[in-house]
Ligand binder design. Structure first.
Ligand code: PMP
Length: 416
């Protein structure tokens, strides 16, 4: 029979003291209280995002983002990743095996491209006609590569002749160009460039963060070796996951590297394995952003349903309507040559005597519409208007023009 025996008082006290000490060790007292602001509900207002990105999410993308998650290597997620690869191949018009999405924004894809292509022995030629060339040159310099910049004033693009001369002079192994220069509103023609680069033993790397899906681009047919985009522009998905693709030529260059890429996180051989691009069993590399993967899948599905050609036509049509409306308001478009205007992001000069900040603030306060000021070389000079993906509608153009007319009337007090 079980008998309880009273412990001598001194031992009981000792045990109590020990358990209090154990408790204290298991649960130390925090000195910083929970932040009050986090004890209030999350507040996200509705805004119409007509700047150069991000764009508003489409309903199907929002629905995808609110799904419960499953493990990032569960078969259902791996299947979604396969669907994303097929969706990117369609959006990019490529059959490249190394086609995947990096876990990060457009800058992450830019770094992934340069980190994997370049070694310190490489020379890279960077087309700099806005902020994205500046950024790419910065990244390449940090990698220790020899960087030459091909310069054009903001608002202009590179001709085949400019590029031919640059290739002949600098003999680079990689040429970087921005297809949709969102800081200036310029569209870079790509016809003939791939072939030209290859004749000079150079790879063609193109940033299409602000253009892909809204402006024609045919990766394989145009001989582009590395192409990347973002999720938050024409794809109308949240920022943070970025499609990228490498041609066979680019893959061979990466295989010939003498040194390993200086980033583990962006090492393309690891990422290609994680994304199942190399025909080998997938290896864990990092925890894929499952919710972003679901959103990107739905964004690519939306583009596939609409069809690239319809999407291109729609972006061109809204841009044409916007440009006409801006000119009817007496505003001056920044890019003179009509064919060089980027259909996704339009730049318009800040009208004489107005403060651009007052215009953007008025649109935000009175109309809940975001547009942006200039960036880099266009800072203070232009307003930037993005009509991308889900937001590329005639209704949005009309709403914006109405709001701008209102802004131009009410911001008049700031005339110099
Ligand atoms: N390239 C271009 C052409 C862009 O428009 C942007 C974003 N505005 C980027 C690169 C960088 O993308 P992110 O801000 O998503 O890093």
């Amino acid at each position: 029979m079980h008998r309880t025996t009273a412990l001598p008082i001194s031992i009981a006290a000792l045990l109590r003291a020990c358990s209090t000490a154990a408790c204290a060790m298991a649960a130390p007292t925090p000195h910083i209280p929970p932040p009050r602001e986090l004890l209030r509900p999350l507040a996200v207002p509705y805004r119409l995002l007509l700047g150069p990105g991000p764009s508003n999410l489409s309903p199907r993308v929002r629905a995808a983002g609110s799904q419960q998650i499953v493990g990032h290597m569960h078969p259902e997620v791996l299947q979604v990743m396969e669907e994303i690869k097929a969706g990117i191949q369609y959006a990019f018009q490529t059959r490249n095996r190394i086609t995947l999405a990096v876990s990060g924004t457009g800058h992450c894809a830019m770094e992934a491209a340069l980190i994997n292509l370049l070694e310190s022995s490489d020379t890279v030629l960077v087309g700099n006609n806005g902020i994205w060339g500046e950024r790419a040159a910065d990244v390449a310099r940090r990698l220790g590569a020899k960087v030459h910049e091909l310069l054009k004033p903001p608002g202009e693009y590179f001709t085949l002749r400019d590029i031919q001369e640059g290739l002949a002079q600098h003999k680079p192994s990689v040429l970087f160009l921005t297809h949709g220069e969102s800081s200036t509103g310029v569209r870079q023609p790509l016809e003939g460039l791939g072939e030209l680069c290859h004749r000079h033993g150079c790879l063609l790397l193109v940033d299409a963060v602000a253009s892909l899906g809204g402006v024609p681009i045919l990766m394989d047919q145009q001989g582009i070796d590395v192409l990347y985009t973002g999720s938050q522009k024409v794809l109308s998905a949240p920022p943070g996951i970025s499609p990228i693709s490498f041609s066979e030529r680019a893959r061979e260059k990466m295989q010939r590297r003498k040194t390993r890429p200086p980033s583990f996180y962006l090492d393309m051989s690891c990422l290609a394995s994680y994304w199942g691009c190399d025909g080998e069993p997938r290896m864990y590399h990092h925890t894929g952003p499952v919710s972003s993967i679901f959103c990107l899948r739905e964004a690519l599905a939306g583009l596939a349903e609409l069809g690239l050609e319809s999407s291109w036509k729609q972006h061109q049509a809204v841009c044409t309507r916007l440009c006409q409306g801006l000119q009817d308001l007496g505003l001056e478009l920044f890019v003179k040559e009509e064919a060089a205007r980027l259909p996704t992001v339009t730049t318009v000069r800040v009208p004489e005597g107005y403060n651009w900040k007052e215009i953007t603030a008025f649109l935000m306060d009175k109309h809940s519409i975001e547009i942006s000021g200039g960036l880099g070389p266009t800072a203070g000079k232009v307003l930037r208007i993005g009509l991308m993906g889900h937001n590329a509608t005639q209704d949005n153009v009309d709403r914006l023009l109405q709001a701008l007319r209102d802004a131009l009337q009410h911001c008049q007090h700031s005339r110099l």
